[in-house]
Design a protein around this ligand. Structure first.
Ligand SMILES: Nc1nc2c(ncn2[C@@H]2O[C@H](COP(=O)(O)OP(=O)(O)OP(=O)(O)O)[C@@H](O)[C@H]2O)c(=O)[nH]1
Length: 449
C-alpha cells in the first residue's frame, strides 16, 4: 500500500500560527495482507452460494421462529450480497446504470433486493453443534508478556528509536530538528495532533539546548501514555447477561477468528462457559478454523455450511446459548471489505436479528484491526461504527509492522476503548491493553517504573 503522509503544518509554520487539522486518510480499502501462512487472497465467492452448501449432520437447533415463508431468501439471491453491486463501481458510488437507491439508517446504500430481505432466512443446511472434547491448549511460552510485547513491537519501536537517536545525538534542539522529529512521528502513524503535542512537549523549556535521545524517548512515552490512558479499558463481561453476546467484526484477514479463539481461552480460564457461532460463512476455512479453536478451548461451535445465512445462524446460536445457560457467546462474521455495500448491509442485518432476540445484545461489538494497514484503520473504524455500532477495538499483528503508532492516532481521534492487542499468532500473544506498557514499548524504553 502506498504510504500516505498526512498534510500537516511544520513546526515553523505553527510558530506563525497555522493550525493543523487531524488527518483522515480514507485510502481505498486494500485486500488486507495476511500473516503467518494464511492464504493471500480471498477465494472468489461462488456464483450461487446455495450450490456450495455442504451436507451437514442432523439439526440440533431450530430455525428462527419468526421467519415466515415469504421472508426466505429466494434461491437466486442466496449469496447475492457477496457479489459486487451491479451498476455500481467497486466503491459503490457513481452508478452507471442507477438502481433505485435505498439507504440504511447507517447511511449505507443497499441493493433493492437485499433491502427486501430483512429477516434471516432459515437455512436449508441444518446447524451443527460440535461437542467440546477435552481442550488441547499449547503450553504457555516461557517468555512473559512484556518480552512478547517488546519483541513484537520491535519494528515500530526501532524505527522510531533510530530516528530519535539519529536526530538528537549531539545536536541542539532547533526548529529543523523539531520539524524532522515531527515528520518521523507522523511517518510512524502516530497522527498529526499527537506528533505535534509530543514535539511541543519536547521543545518546551529546552529550545536551543542539548537533549539526550533517552530524554526524548521518555517524553515521547509520557505523551503517548497520556493519549492512550483513557482508551485502555478492560472488556467487562456482565454476568447478568446470559449469554453475554460478543460480535466480532472487521475486514477479511484482520484476525477475527484467531482472536475469538484466544479470547475464548481467556474466558474459559476465568471459569466461564463459552459458545462460538461460525458466522463467517463466506469462507469454508474460517468455519474449520473456528471448529479447531472450539475443540482446543472446550467451547461448542455452532456451524453451518459455506454460504449459509449468517444472521439466521446468529439467531440460532443465541437460542442455543440461552437454553444451555452459556456465559459468553462469541459470533464470528465474514471479513467485510468496508466499501462493499452489500456485505456491510449483511452485517447490519446480523445486528438487527440479534437485537430481535435480546434488545440489549450484542453486549460488545469488537472491531478487529490489523495494525499493518496503517492509516486505513481510520476509515475502517468509521465505517464499521456506522454499520455495527462498534463498542471496542482489538488490534492484531503489532508484531508484523512498523506502523504500530496507528493505535495512538485511533485513540486520539475516536476515543473508543481498546481492549486487547495481539503481537503474534500464539494463544498467549493476545493480552489486555495497557497504556503504559504500550507507550514504553513504542518508545523503546525498559519496563521498570
Ligand atoms: N503475526 C500475527 N498474526 C496474526 C495475529 N492475529 C492473527 N494473525 C494471523 O492472521 C491471519 C488471519 O487471521 P484470521 O483469524 O483468519 O482472520 P479473519 O479476520 O478471521 O479472516 P477472515 O476469515 O478472512 O474474515 C492468520 O494467519 C492468523 O494466524 C497477530 O497478532 N500477529
Amino acid at each position: 500500500m502506498a504510504e500516505t503522509k498526512p498534510d500537516k503544518p511544520g513546526f515553523l509554520s505553527r510558530l506563525f500560527g497555522r493550525k493543523a487539522e487531524a488527518p483522515v486518510v480514507p485510502e481505498p480499502a486494500p485486500e488486507t495482507p495476511r500473516a503467518g501462512g494464511h492464504p493471500d487472497t480471498m477465494p472468489s465467492p461462488p456464483a450461487n452460494a446455495a450450490d456450495d452448501l455442504t451436507a451437514a449432520p442432523p439439526t440440533v437447533t431450530t430455525a428462527s421462529p419468526d421467519t415466515t415463508e415469504e421472508d426466505k431468501t429466494p434461491p437466486e439471491l442466496a449469496g447475492a450480497d457477496l457479489q459486487p453491486v451491479e451498476g455500481l463501481d467497486p466503491e459503490g458510488t457513481n452508478p452507471q446504470e442507477p438502481l433505485p437507491r435505498i439507504v440504511t439508517e447507517a447511511g449505507l446504500e443497499l441493493r433493492p433486493d437485499i433491502a427486501a430481505a430483512d429477516l434471516p432466512a432459515p437455512e436449508p443446511a441444518p446447524a451443527e453443534i460440535l461437542p467440546s472434547p477435552a481442550p488441547e491448549i499449547k503450553p504457555s511460552p516461557a517468555r512473559g508478556w512484556w518480552q512478547r510485547l517488546t519483541e513484537g513491537m520491535r519494528r515500530t519501536s526501532s524505527s522510531l528509536s533510530d530516528s530519535v537517536t539519529g536526530l538528537f545525538t549531539k545536536r541542539k534542539l532547533d526548529d529543523a530538528t523539531l520539524e524532522e522529529l515531527e515528520d518521523a512521528l507522523v511517518q510512524a502513524d502516530l497522527g498529526v495532533p499527537t506528533a505535534m503535542r509530543i514535539t511541543e512537549a519536547i521543545a518546551s523549556g529546552r529550545y536551543n539546548k542539548e537533549i539526550s535521545p533517552q530524554e526524548v524517548k521518555t517524553i515521547l512515552a509520557g505523551e503517548v501514555e497520556k493519549t492512550l490512558q483513557p482508551v485502555a479499558q478492560a472488556l467487562t463481561i456482565d454476568r447478568t447477561k446470559k449469554p453475554f453476546v460478543i460480535l466480532m467484526v472487521g475486514v477479511n484477514g484482520a484476525g477475527k477468528t484467531t482472536t475469538i479463539g484466544k479470547l475464548s481461552q481467556k474466558f474459559r480460564q476465568q471459569g466461564l462457559t463459552v459458545m462460538l457461532a461460525a458466522g463467517d460463512t463466506f469462507r469454508a476455512a474460517a468455519i474449520e478454523q473456528l471448529k479447531i479453536w472450539g475443540e482446543r478451548v472446550g467451547a461448542p461451535v455452532l456451524a453451518r455450511g459455506q454460504g449459509a445465512d449468517a444472521a439466521g445462524l446468529a439467531y440460532d446460536a443465541l437460542q442455543e446459548a440461552k437454553a444451555n445457560g452459556t456465559d459468553v457467546l462469541l459470533i464470528d462474521t465474514a471479513g467485510r471489505l468496508q466499501n462493499k455495500v452489500g456485505l456491510m448491509a449483511e452485517l447490519e442485518k446480523i445486528v438487527r436479528v440479534v437485537k430481535k432476540f435480546d434488545p440489549s445484545a450484542p453486549h460488545a461489538t469488537l472491531l478487529v484491526l490489523d495494525a499493518t494497514v496503517g492509516q486505513n484503520a481510520m476509515s475502517q473504524v468509521e465505517l464499521f461504527q456506522k454499520a455495527a455500532g462498534v463498542t471496542g477495538l482489538v488490534m492484531t499483528k503489532l508484531d508484523g509492522t512498523a506502523r504500530g503508532g496507528i493505535l495512538v492516532a485511533l485513540a486520539e481521534k475516536f476515543r473508543l476503548p481498546v481492549h486487547f492487542i495481539g503481537v503474534g499468532e500464539g494463544v498467549e500473544d493476545l493480552e489486555p491493553f495497557t497504556a503504559r506498557d504500550f507507550a514504553k514499548a513504542i518508545a523503546g524504553l525498559e519496563a521498570t517504573s
